[in-house]
Design a protein around this ligand. Structure first.
Ligand code: NAP
Length: 530
């Protein structure tokens, strides 16, 4: 089983006590080990006493690490100086359980002799295990496989460790290949936001351990999850060789709520599946190359993905190029947000659950069936991707749709794409309005499909509906879900509208994805979005 090691940085002797408290917190959160990172402490004259206290008072088995600047740490002394600090700790009354020694240090004959002599001097039952490590914050080490072969063939090396900054999500796959080929206990992981996959799913490939941070800490390497995320959200201890992998593909994806919601549902449904952030650069070429490698990796077991900005149109193109299937909504809208991969045949198909979730949420508030909105007039504010999905869904169900957008030409273009085309309830009716038409008093429902009101968006404090528009009894649906109570939601609630929040639509589109992947629709109430 892959162990969870919580990295705790200790820079000065006076920080030893708080560091011990942090290790206690890590233990309570579910960590198996604590890694004492003493890069700066190791350069101080009184380091030995402080390190001895860290080792003696640790509530968890320890890894002692002095990471050099050359490998992304803060220690700027020579290899022999690092070796002496490690040797003193190894020879102390409470030796660490593991000592991390960089492969480059071991290539320095004098430094290597100092470490090995210290290890040889410790009684076998107390002797720390040697983790031989190689890190490259600049990218994949050129001699990655050669370096690992060297570690595996060294009888003194108990655990081989390589870590590098992922340049694309594809780097994770090479980390998995390294783990699958291991000749002894091995840690292979990718740093950075694009390396989260390796930090969690390395467990599927037999990683010896993975590193984590505490909730309120920066972490010692970018992309490092917290102990609680690994233990609770990703249920790391339950990851097996057979665990199926899902994820959210987009750029960026670090703020996606998908991992929170889908992993909670997988747990609730008792499924051996995990959902990870899969950041893929914004171009079509990046999308095509990354998705193809993820799908075709023989052991990863990617079984599906949520696809978000800016790749929803790319997904349709990708599926068409590979001869896969599209659902009616994806085909009509030209964008999809859900990839489904058949576990046996590996055949792919794409669906658009944004459209279905939007129409279900709207219809519920209107007291109508989601496939029959005949006789209703719906104003769609915005002309981007979500507006397009909802305009099609509403018009397809027979509503009279009016698109109103800041850039009028985009509204005209959107309306022209669907107006007059055949729909479930006869020819679709999609027209265009201007800002003044918002106040016509002729709409049964307004849908905000602009980014207005979105946290960190272009206008977080603004609503797309002017204050003097009567909303009493009208359905007002916001697609923005961060925050849940947007300015529009507050305004519409106070003015007597029947309000649908973006959270409702978000959770519903996610629940539909879960159903497409697993055959079971999860309980929406249980989804903790924030
Ligand atoms: P998009 O394609 O970028 O479209 C953005 C739309 O917002 C455009 O119509 C744009 O008008 C308009 N807009 C942006 N800034 C504006 C401003 N300052 N004043 C007036 N209009 C402005 O984005 P999208 O993918 O459609 O997403 C739209 C919203 O939907 C996002 O806020 C997102 O949070 C939300 N969303 C929700 C869900 C859910 O499940 N609840 C799912 C996906 C997306 P122009 O054409 O004039 O630029």
């Amino acid at each position: 089983m892959t162990l969870v090691a919580c990295s705790v940085t200790v820079d000065r002797p006076d920080l030893v006590s708080p560091a011990i408290e942090r290790a206690m917190q890590a233990k309570a959160d579910g960590a198996d080990l604590v890694e004492w990172r003493v890069d700066l402490l190791a350069m101080l004259p009184d380091a030995a006493g402080a390190i001895a206290r860290l080792l003696r008072d640790s509530p968890l088995p320890t890894i002692l690490t002095v990471r050099s600047e050359a490998e992304g740490g803060a220690f700027d002394g020579s290899p022999i100086e690092a070796a002496r600090v490690l040797a003193e700790a190894i020879a102390g009354a409470t030796p660490p359980r593991f000592v991390d020694v960089e492969a480059s240090l071991l290539r320095d004959r004098r430094a290597s002799d100092v470490v090995h002599a210290a290890l040889a001097g410790v009684e076998e039952s107390q002797r720390p295990s040697l983790v031989t490590s190689l890190h490259d914050v600049g990218g994949r080490p050129t001699a990655l496989w050669t370096e690992l072969e060297r570690m595996w063939s060294d009888p003194a090396c108990h655990v081989a460790k390589v870590a590098w900054t992922a340049r694309t999500v594809r780097d994770n796959l090479e980390a998995f290949d390294l783990l699958a080929s291991r000749q002894g206990p091995t840690i292979a992981l990718c740093m950075g936001e694009q390396g989260v996959l390796s930090r969690v799913m390395g467990a599927k490939f037999g990683a010896f351990l993975t590193f984590a941070r505490l909730d309120d800490e920066e972490g010692t390497a970018p992309g490092q999850p917290t102990v609680r995320e690994l233990v609770d959200r990703y249920r790391l201890k339950g990851v097996t060789h057979h665990t199926r992998v899902y994820g959210v593909v987009g750029w960026p994806v670090s703020h996606s709520r998908g991992p929170i919601v889908h992993n909670a549902w997988f747990g609730e449904l008792g499924l051996d599946a995990r959902y990870l952030p899969l950041p893929v650069g914004p171009t079509w070429e990046s999308f095509k190359a990354s998705l193809a490698e993820l799908i075709d990796h023989p052991m990863l077991g990617l079984s599906g993905a949520s696809v978000t900005l800016p790749h929803k149109e790319h997904l349709v193109r990708f599926v068409q190029e590979r001869g896969g299937a599209l659902d009616e909504a994806s085909f009509a809208i030209g964008a999809a947000n859900t990839l489904i991969i058949d576990p046996q045949s590996r055949a792919i198909r794409a669906c658009n659950t944004d459209a279905l979730a939007g129409i279900e949420s709207l219809a519920e508030a209107l007291g109508r069936a989601s496939d029959d909105l005949r006789g209703l007039r719906v104003a769609i504010l915005g002309a981007g991707g979500v507006a397009r999905a909802l305009a099609w869904a509403c018009a397809n169900a027979g509503a009279d749709v009016v698109v109103i957008n800041r850039t009028h030409a985009r509204a005209v273009e959107l309306a022209a794409a669907f107006d007059g085309r055949p729909g479930e309830r006869g020819p679709m009716r999609v027209g265009v309005g201007d800002a003044a038409s918002i106040g016509c008093g002729c709409f049964h429902a307004f849908i905000n499909a602009t980014s207005l009101g979105m946290k960190d968006g272009p206008a977080p404090d603004e609503s797309p509906i002017p204050d003097d528009v009567a909303l009493d009894g009208v359905v007002v649906m916001d697609t923005v879900y961060v925050p849940e109570r947007t300015p529009l939601v507050q305004q519409a609630t106070s003015r007597g509208a029947r309000v649908v929040t973006g959270t409702g639509m978000f959770v519903r589109q996610a629940a539909l994805q879960c159903e497409l992947w697993t055959g079971t629709r999860p309980s929406m109430i249980s989804a903790q979005v924030s």
